[in-house]
Design a protein around this ligand. Sequence first.
Ligand SMILES: [Fe+2]
Ligand SMILES: [Fe+2]
Length: 358
Amino acid sequence: MLVHFVTDEPAKIPAIRAMLEPRYYVVPQLLGDGKAQISSNGVLMVDADLRQMVRVEQIRLVMREMCRIPERLFVVKNEVRSMVAQAHALGATAVVSRPREIIFKLEQIAVAQKIAQGDLPDVSPEISDSAAAFASMFAAIQAGRPINLLDAEHATSQVIKSIAENGLCSWLEDVRHYHEGTFQHCLLVTGVAVGFAIDIGFTGPDVKRLGLAATLHDIGKARIPLAILDKPGRLDPDEDEIMRRHPAIGYDLLKDIPDISPEILDGVRHHHEYLDGSGYPDALTAPQISDLVRLLTIADIFAALIESRPYRPAMPRQNAYQLLCGMQGKLEPSLVRAFRKVALGVPTPARSRTLQKL
Ligand SMILES: [Fe+2]
Ligand SMILES: [Fe+2]
Protein backbone atom coordinates (compact mmCIF):
# COMPACT_ATOMS: atom_id res chain seq x y z
CA MET A 1 0.00 0.00 0.00
CA LEU A 2 1.21 3.51 -0.85
CA VAL A 3 1.69 5.93 2.03
CA HIS A 4 1.98 9.56 0.87
CA PHE A 5 3.94 11.09 3.71
CA VAL A 6 3.67 14.87 3.95
CA THR A 7 5.90 16.65 6.46
CA ASP A 8 7.62 19.93 7.28
CA GLU A 9 10.81 18.30 8.62
CA PRO A 10 13.20 16.46 6.26
CA ALA A 11 14.52 14.35 9.17
CA LYS A 12 11.10 12.75 9.60
CA ILE A 13 11.28 11.12 6.16
CA PRO A 14 14.02 8.54 6.90
CA ALA A 15 12.42 7.91 10.29
CA ILE A 16 9.03 7.09 8.80
CA ARG A 17 10.70 4.96 6.09
CA ALA A 18 12.53 2.97 8.74
CA MET A 19 9.25 2.42 10.53
CA LEU A 20 7.00 1.51 7.60
CA GLU A 21 9.10 0.05 4.79
CA PRO A 22 9.15 -2.51 3.30
CA ARG A 23 5.60 -3.35 4.42
CA TYR A 24 4.37 -0.07 2.94
CA TYR A 25 5.76 1.99 0.10
CA VAL A 26 6.45 5.51 1.40
CA VAL A 27 6.20 8.45 -1.03
CA PRO A 28 7.54 11.51 0.82
CA GLN A 29 6.59 15.13 0.17
CA LEU A 30 8.21 18.10 1.92
CA LEU A 31 5.85 21.00 2.55
CA GLY A 32 6.81 24.18 0.74
CA ASP A 33 9.30 22.65 -1.70
CA GLY A 34 7.00 23.50 -4.60
CA LYS A 35 6.63 19.94 -5.89
CA ALA A 36 2.95 19.08 -5.63
CA GLN A 37 1.89 15.46 -6.06
CA ILE A 38 -1.50 14.31 -7.23
CA SER A 39 -2.73 10.88 -6.27
CA SER A 40 -5.89 8.99 -5.47
CA ASN A 41 -4.28 5.76 -4.17
CA GLY A 42 -3.16 4.58 -0.76
CA VAL A 43 -3.15 6.67 2.38
CA LEU A 44 -2.25 10.28 2.97
CA MET A 45 -0.25 10.79 6.16
CA VAL A 46 0.50 14.30 7.42
CA ASP A 47 3.05 15.02 10.15
CA ALA A 48 3.66 18.77 10.42
CA ASP A 49 3.43 21.62 12.91
CA LEU A 50 -0.23 22.65 12.77
CA ARG A 51 0.40 25.67 15.00
CA GLN A 52 2.06 27.50 12.10
CA MET A 53 -0.41 29.13 9.74
CA VAL A 54 2.02 28.89 6.84
CA ARG A 55 2.10 25.08 7.31
CA VAL A 56 -1.67 24.93 7.58
CA GLU A 57 -2.00 26.76 4.25
CA GLN A 58 0.54 24.43 2.61
CA ILE A 59 -1.32 21.39 3.93
CA ARG A 60 -4.58 22.82 2.59
CA LEU A 61 -3.03 22.90 -0.89
CA VAL A 62 -1.81 19.31 -0.56
CA MET A 63 -5.26 18.19 0.62
CA ARG A 64 -6.76 19.77 -2.48
CA GLU A 65 -4.39 17.83 -4.75
CA MET A 66 -4.97 14.59 -2.83
CA CYS A 67 -8.70 15.04 -2.26
CA ARG A 68 -9.52 11.67 -3.85
CA ILE A 69 -7.53 9.71 -1.27
CA PRO A 70 -10.20 8.47 1.13
CA GLU A 71 -7.96 7.87 4.17
CA ARG A 72 -6.13 10.90 5.60
CA LEU A 73 -4.07 10.23 8.70
CA PHE A 74 -2.71 13.14 10.77
CA VAL A 75 0.05 12.70 13.35
CA VAL A 76 -0.53 15.02 16.33
CA LYS A 77 1.94 14.67 19.21
CA ASN A 78 0.30 14.17 22.62
CA GLU A 79 -3.10 14.65 20.99
CA VAL A 80 -3.30 18.35 21.92
CA ARG A 81 -7.00 19.14 21.60
CA SER A 82 -6.66 22.31 19.51
CA MET A 83 -4.30 20.52 17.09
CA VAL A 84 -6.65 17.55 16.80
CA ALA A 85 -9.45 19.98 15.94
CA GLN A 86 -7.20 21.66 13.36
CA ALA A 87 -6.37 18.27 11.81
CA HIS A 88 -10.06 17.43 11.43
CA ALA A 89 -10.75 20.91 10.03
CA LEU A 90 -8.12 20.16 7.37
CA GLY A 91 -9.86 16.89 6.45
CA ALA A 92 -8.26 14.23 8.67
CA THR A 93 -10.16 10.96 8.80
CA ALA A 94 -8.02 9.78 11.75
CA VAL A 95 -5.63 11.40 14.21
CA VAL A 96 -2.82 9.41 15.82
CA SER A 97 0.03 10.34 18.11
CA ARG A 98 2.29 7.32 18.68
CA PRO A 99 4.15 5.00 16.27
CA ARG A 100 2.13 2.03 17.53
CA GLU A 101 -1.14 3.80 16.66
CA ILE A 102 0.17 4.65 13.21
CA ILE A 103 0.98 0.99 12.52
CA PHE A 104 -2.38 -0.19 13.85
CA LYS A 105 -4.30 2.34 11.78
CA LEU A 106 -2.35 1.58 8.59
CA GLU A 107 -2.87 -2.14 9.06
CA GLN A 108 -6.63 -1.61 9.46
CA ILE A 109 -6.72 0.53 6.32
CA ALA A 110 -4.61 -1.99 4.35
CA VAL A 111 -6.96 -4.84 5.27
CA ALA A 112 -10.04 -2.73 4.50
CA GLN A 113 -8.61 -1.82 1.08
CA LYS A 114 -7.76 -5.44 0.36
CA ILE A 115 -11.33 -6.41 1.16
CA ALA A 116 -12.69 -3.63 -1.05
CA GLN A 117 -10.41 -4.51 -3.99
CA GLY A 118 -10.65 -8.26 -3.75
CA ASP A 119 -14.34 -8.44 -3.01
CA LEU A 120 -13.56 -10.63 0.00
CA PRO A 121 -15.87 -11.01 2.97
CA ASP A 122 -15.14 -8.96 6.08
CA VAL A 123 -12.13 -10.16 8.02
CA SER A 124 -12.69 -10.86 11.72
CA PRO A 125 -11.57 -8.10 14.09
CA GLU A 126 -9.35 -10.64 15.89
CA ILE A 127 -7.33 -11.28 12.73
CA SER A 128 -6.83 -7.65 11.80
CA ASP A 129 -6.06 -6.79 15.43
CA SER A 130 -3.46 -9.49 15.87
CA ALA A 131 -1.92 -8.72 12.47
CA ALA A 132 -1.67 -5.07 13.49
CA ALA A 133 0.08 -6.12 16.70
CA PHE A 134 2.59 -8.17 14.64
CA ALA A 135 3.11 -5.19 12.33
CA SER A 136 3.76 -2.97 15.34
CA MET A 137 6.38 -5.38 16.76
CA PHE A 138 8.19 -5.85 13.45
CA ALA A 139 8.17 -2.09 12.78
CA ALA A 140 9.60 -1.41 16.25
CA ILE A 141 12.50 -3.79 15.63
CA GLN A 142 13.19 -2.44 12.15
CA ALA A 143 13.24 1.11 13.54
CA GLY A 144 15.56 0.11 16.41
CA ARG A 145 12.89 0.64 19.09
CA PRO A 146 12.24 -1.86 21.90
CA ILE A 147 9.49 -4.45 21.46
CA ASN A 148 6.33 -3.72 23.41
CA LEU A 149 5.38 -6.99 25.09
CA LEU A 150 1.78 -5.75 25.25
CA ASP A 151 1.64 -6.08 21.44
CA ALA A 152 2.58 -9.76 21.67
CA GLU A 153 0.14 -10.39 24.51
CA HIS A 154 -2.62 -8.60 22.61
CA ALA A 155 -1.97 -10.62 19.44
CA THR A 156 -1.99 -13.86 21.46
CA SER A 157 -5.22 -13.03 23.27
CA GLN A 158 -6.90 -12.23 19.94
CA VAL A 159 -5.84 -15.61 18.52
CA ILE A 160 -7.10 -17.44 21.62
CA LYS A 161 -10.41 -15.55 21.50
CA SER A 162 -10.94 -16.33 17.83
CA ILE A 163 -10.09 -20.03 18.17
CA ALA A 164 -12.21 -20.39 21.31
CA GLU A 165 -15.19 -18.86 19.46
CA ASN A 166 -14.79 -20.14 15.90
CA GLY A 167 -12.31 -23.03 16.00
CA LEU A 168 -8.90 -23.55 14.44
CA CYS A 169 -10.08 -24.36 10.89
CA SER A 170 -11.74 -21.00 10.49
CA TRP A 171 -8.63 -19.22 11.83
CA LEU A 172 -6.31 -21.06 9.42
CA GLU A 173 -8.54 -20.33 6.42
CA ASP A 174 -8.95 -16.64 7.24
CA VAL A 175 -5.25 -16.07 7.90
CA ARG A 176 -4.32 -17.70 4.58
CA HIS A 177 -6.83 -15.43 2.83
CA TYR A 178 -5.64 -12.14 4.20
CA HIS A 179 -1.96 -12.35 5.04
CA GLU A 180 1.31 -13.30 3.38
CA GLY A 181 4.88 -14.22 4.22
CA THR A 182 6.20 -13.91 7.73
CA PHE A 183 2.98 -12.43 9.13
CA GLN A 184 0.97 -15.34 7.75
CA HIS A 185 3.47 -17.79 9.23
CA CYS A 186 3.42 -16.19 12.71
CA LEU A 187 -0.39 -16.01 12.78
CA LEU A 188 -0.65 -19.64 11.65
CA VAL A 189 1.92 -20.96 14.15
CA THR A 190 0.19 -19.14 17.00
CA GLY A 191 -3.19 -20.50 15.88
CA VAL A 192 -1.91 -24.08 15.55
CA ALA A 193 -0.07 -23.91 18.91
CA VAL A 194 -3.14 -22.50 20.68
CA GLY A 195 -5.44 -25.06 19.00
CA PHE A 196 -3.06 -27.86 20.02
CA ALA A 197 -2.81 -26.63 23.64
CA ILE A 198 -6.60 -26.37 23.94
CA ASP A 199 -7.06 -29.81 22.40
CA ILE A 200 -4.74 -31.56 24.83
CA GLY A 201 -6.40 -29.92 27.80
CA PHE A 202 -3.94 -27.20 28.82
CA THR A 203 -5.19 -24.75 31.45
CA GLY A 204 -5.86 -21.13 30.44
CA PRO A 205 -2.48 -19.77 31.67
CA ASP A 206 -0.60 -22.59 29.88
CA VAL A 207 -2.48 -21.91 26.63
CA LYS A 208 -1.50 -18.26 26.95
CA ARG A 209 2.15 -19.14 27.67
CA LEU A 210 2.47 -21.41 24.64
CA GLY A 211 0.52 -18.89 22.51
CA LEU A 212 2.85 -16.07 23.52
CA ALA A 213 5.93 -18.18 22.77
CA ALA A 214 4.43 -18.92 19.34
CA THR A 215 3.62 -15.26 18.73
CA LEU A 216 7.22 -14.30 19.44
CA HIS A 217 9.02 -17.39 18.11
CA ASP A 218 10.19 -15.85 14.80
CA ILE A 219 10.54 -12.25 15.96
CA GLY A 220 14.24 -12.45 15.05
CA LYS A 221 13.21 -12.63 11.38
CA ALA A 222 12.56 -8.87 11.60
CA ARG A 223 16.36 -8.55 11.34
CA ILE A 224 16.79 -10.96 8.41
CA PRO A 225 17.04 -9.26 4.99
CA LEU A 226 13.81 -9.45 3.00
CA ALA A 227 15.69 -10.79 -0.01
CA ILE A 228 16.35 -13.91 2.04
CA LEU A 229 13.10 -13.98 4.00
CA ASP A 230 10.85 -13.75 0.95
CA LYS A 231 13.11 -15.55 -1.55
CA PRO A 232 10.88 -17.58 -3.86
CA GLY A 233 12.70 -20.91 -3.66
CA ARG A 234 15.49 -22.67 -1.83
CA LEU A 235 18.10 -20.66 0.08
CA ASP A 236 21.73 -21.15 -0.88
CA PRO A 237 24.15 -22.20 1.93
CA ASP A 238 25.19 -18.60 2.76
CA GLU A 239 21.58 -17.41 2.87
CA ASP A 240 20.63 -20.41 4.97
CA GLU A 241 23.40 -19.60 7.43
CA ILE A 242 21.98 -16.05 7.84
CA MET A 243 18.42 -17.35 8.17
CA ARG A 244 19.53 -19.77 10.90
CA ARG A 245 20.51 -16.81 13.06
CA HIS A 246 16.90 -15.74 13.64
CA PRO A 247 16.27 -17.75 16.87
CA ALA A 248 19.35 -16.26 18.57
CA ILE A 249 18.50 -12.78 17.25
CA GLY A 250 14.97 -13.13 18.61
CA TYR A 251 16.34 -14.22 21.99
CA ASP A 252 18.70 -11.22 22.09
CA LEU A 253 15.86 -8.83 21.20
CA LEU A 254 13.70 -10.13 24.04
CA LYS A 255 16.07 -11.16 26.84
CA ASP A 256 16.26 -7.74 28.52
CA ILE A 257 12.51 -7.10 28.60
CA PRO A 258 11.75 -7.01 32.36
CA ASP A 259 8.56 -9.13 32.41
CA ILE A 260 9.49 -11.78 29.88
CA SER A 261 9.42 -15.31 31.27
CA PRO A 262 12.28 -17.83 30.84
CA GLU A 263 9.85 -20.25 29.10
CA ILE A 264 9.11 -17.70 26.38
CA LEU A 265 12.82 -17.03 25.86
CA ASP A 266 13.43 -20.79 25.71
CA GLY A 267 10.71 -21.17 23.06
CA VAL A 268 12.07 -18.34 20.92
CA ARG A 269 15.69 -19.53 21.06
CA HIS A 270 15.06 -23.25 20.72
CA HIS A 271 12.09 -23.78 18.40
CA HIS A 272 14.44 -25.21 15.72
CA GLU A 273 16.11 -27.73 18.06
CA TYR A 274 15.47 -31.46 17.54
CA LEU A 275 15.53 -34.28 20.10
CA ASP A 276 18.38 -36.03 18.24
CA GLY A 277 20.67 -32.98 18.50
CA SER A 278 20.51 -32.07 14.80
CA GLY A 279 18.77 -28.71 15.32
CA TYR A 280 20.06 -25.19 15.88
CA PRO A 281 21.32 -22.81 17.28
CA ASP A 282 22.55 -24.78 20.34
CA ALA A 283 22.32 -28.40 19.06
CA LEU A 284 20.36 -29.35 22.19
CA THR A 285 19.42 -32.97 22.79
CA ALA A 286 16.21 -34.47 24.24
CA PRO A 287 16.91 -33.95 27.97
CA GLN A 288 17.57 -30.24 27.35
CA ILE A 289 14.42 -29.60 25.32
CA SER A 290 11.36 -28.54 27.34
CA ASP A 291 7.79 -29.68 26.72
CA LEU A 292 6.81 -26.18 25.59
CA VAL A 293 9.57 -26.18 22.98
CA ARG A 294 8.56 -29.68 21.77
CA LEU A 295 4.98 -28.48 21.24
CA LEU A 296 6.08 -25.25 19.62
CA THR A 297 8.39 -27.04 17.19
CA ILE A 298 5.55 -29.29 16.01
CA ALA A 299 3.22 -26.30 15.54
CA ASP A 300 5.96 -24.39 13.70
CA ILE A 301 6.78 -27.14 11.22
CA PHE A 302 3.14 -27.96 10.55
CA ALA A 303 2.19 -24.30 10.02
CA ALA A 304 5.15 -23.80 7.64
CA LEU A 305 3.97 -26.76 5.54
CA ILE A 306 0.34 -25.61 5.25
CA GLU A 307 1.24 -22.02 4.38
CA SER A 308 0.38 -20.75 0.94
CA ARG A 309 3.16 -18.92 -0.85
CA PRO A 310 3.08 -17.11 -4.20
CA TYR A 311 5.48 -19.73 -5.61
CA ARG A 312 3.98 -22.88 -4.09
CA PRO A 313 0.52 -24.03 -3.04
CA ALA A 314 -0.27 -24.91 0.56
CA MET A 315 0.33 -28.57 1.40
CA PRO A 316 -2.88 -30.41 2.38
CA ARG A 317 -3.09 -30.93 6.13
CA GLN A 318 -3.09 -34.73 5.79
CA ASN A 319 0.20 -34.64 3.85
CA ALA A 320 1.76 -32.17 6.26
CA TYR A 321 0.88 -34.46 9.17
CA GLN A 322 2.37 -37.47 7.36
CA LEU A 323 5.58 -35.51 6.94
CA LEU A 324 5.68 -34.78 10.69
CA CYS A 325 5.17 -38.50 11.38
CA GLY A 326 8.19 -39.23 9.20
CA MET A 327 10.50 -37.02 11.28
CA GLN A 328 11.42 -39.89 13.60
CA GLY A 329 13.97 -39.16 16.28
CA LYS A 330 13.52 -35.41 15.93
CA LEU A 331 10.07 -34.80 17.39
CA GLU A 332 8.37 -36.17 20.49
CA PRO A 333 6.39 -39.21 19.18
CA SER A 334 3.63 -39.02 21.80
CA LEU A 335 3.03 -35.36 21.00
CA VAL A 336 3.00 -36.04 17.25
CA ARG A 337 0.35 -38.71 17.88
CA ALA A 338 -1.66 -36.31 20.08
CA PHE A 339 -1.36 -33.67 17.35
CA ARG A 340 -3.18 -35.86 14.81
CA LYS A 341 -6.67 -34.62 15.69
CA VAL A 342 -5.57 -30.97 15.47
CA ALA A 343 -3.66 -31.50 12.25
CA LEU A 344 -6.55 -33.22 10.55
CA GLY A 345 -9.18 -30.90 11.99
CA VAL A 346 -11.07 -33.40 14.13
CA PRO A 347 -12.71 -31.72 17.15
CA THR A 348 -12.63 -33.60 20.48
CA PRO A 349 -14.62 -33.39 23.73
CA ALA A 350 -11.42 -32.38 25.59
CA ARG A 351 -11.27 -29.24 23.49
CA SER A 352 -14.73 -28.01 24.38
CA ARG A 353 -14.06 -28.70 28.09
CA THR A 354 -10.94 -26.57 28.02
CA LEU A 355 -12.63 -23.75 26.12
CA GLN A 356 -14.99 -23.20 29.02
CA LYS A 357 -12.00 -22.49 31.25
CA LEU A 358 -10.41 -19.84 29.00
FE1 LIG B 1 11.85 -20.03 13.16
FE1 LIG C 1 8.60 -20.32 12.46
